[in-house]
Design a protein. Structure first.
Length: 368
């Protein structure tokens, strides 16, 4: 029996519900031989509903090729926050690491990361790490064109931006040059952002992940002690299909999901109404079959653009909080493009309160 041959066979088995095989998923930890016995160590939770299914798939496949062997499984629970805490010394002073993820791009994940982090930066020591190697955006969202320097230990120093420690591949790479890397290179770069960056003392390090369930996400959950993950989606059914995969990946790899944020949930129109004598009016504004009150001339109308309930449906499915429903807003989009976090520029707004509310819920869950 040959170990490489065994691994090649196991690569034919996909993790249930995914198109990725159990070897690249990091499920197969170790393979040993003794006489006519194969011992396979698997990184799985013992109470995971997929564990027995995967064991049966392995046994059926291997016994077809090696009909006279005995197969023994050693189920090893993946590392948790407690037993991974000392693996990367650069993170020893980071109290909590929270991933912000989405199933697809364009749902406002990076905007959520920057504004959530900024809303907490006054009262807590906050860091942001942009892990989207192929499409980094933190340098634009924070208006930062600095290059990181090195300390005496040859560690990269995060860039201070609006009182937060920040790092991104966009700080290191030429913006005009495309990143054409294979998975192993991306995984190594991801690890280096943790092991070779001097993060110092932080209450929370927020990770802005690339969309989907690729190599970066797998490297992350296997190597880093995550306190939890926040899932970002939009109301559309299409976004919900993809976000389920991202959510389930964290669940399968024993990372708690802290809640769901629904972006672009509605469109708010507000303004003032005057009568023909230029006096502010009181009354009722009717749009379609809905009525909205007018008080001292002021009105606010919420329009559901996408007609879906993606965030609510996903939070109910996962039995986690719907952290907030953030409306479409041109000023929010412009702030990101101009490099200034919205919450730092627009203090007394509904959207600012949305991000503060998300932050309060996260702080409570983390016990800070």
């Amino acid at each position: 029996m040959d170990k490489d041959a065994i691994i090649s066979l196991l690569k034919q088995i996909n993790y249930p519900g995914y198109n990725r095989d159990i070897v690249s998923f990091g499920i197969v930890n170790e393979i040993n031989f003794s006489d006519n016995t194969i011992s396979i160590k698997l990184n799985l939770q013992k109470d995971n509903k997929d564990t027995d299914n995967i064991k049966n798939l392995i046994k059926d496949l291997l016994t077809k090729t090696y009909p006279h062997i005995k197969i023994i499984f050693d189920i090893h629970s993946p590392a948790t926050q407690n037993n991974r805490a000392d693996e990367i010394k650069a993170l020893n002073k980071v109290k909590h690491i929270v991933a912000i993820a989405s199933g697809k791009g364009g749902v406002g994940k990076s905007t959520t990361t920057v504004n959530l982090a900024s809303s907490l930066s006054k009262d807590f020591k906050i860091g942001i790490l942009d892990l989207d190697i192929y499409g980094p955006s933190l340098q634009m969202a924070l208006g930062c064109d600095q290059k990181p320097s090195m300390n005496s230990n040859n560690m990269l120093l995060p860039i201070d931006s609006y009182g937060m420690k920040t790092m991104s591949f966009g700080f290191l790479n030429d913006e005009s040059a495309p990143t054409i890397w294979r998975g192993p290179m991306v995984s190594r770069m991801t690890e280096q952002f943790f092991s070779q960056v001097d993060w110092g003392e932080l209450d929370i390090l927020f990770l802005d992940l690339p969309p989907g369930t690729g190599d970066i996400q797998l490297t992350l959950v296997q190597k880093i002690a995550l306190s939890g993950a926040i899932i970002v989606t939009t109301p559309q059914d299409l976004a919900l299909l993809d976000v389920k995969k991202a959510s389930d990946m964290f669940g399968k790899l024993n990372t708690p999901i802290m809640g769901v944020v629904e972006n672009m949930s509605n469109f708010i129109i507000d303004g003032k109404i005057y009568d023909d004598k230029n006096n502010l009016v009181n009354g009722i504004l009717t749009i379609g079959n809905k009525e909205y009150s007018i008080t001292n001339g002021k009105f606010e109308v919420e329009l559901d653009i996408f007609k879906g309930k993606g965030g609510l449906d996903e939070s109910n499915r996962l039995n986690v909080p719907l952290l907030s429903r953030i409306p479409l807003n041109s000023e929010l989009a412009q702030a990101t493009d101009l490099g200034t976090p919205y919450v730092l520029k627009h203090k007394n707004t509904h959207i600012n309160e949305c991000y503060k509310n998300i932050g309060n819920q996260i702080i409570k869950q983390l016990g800070l």
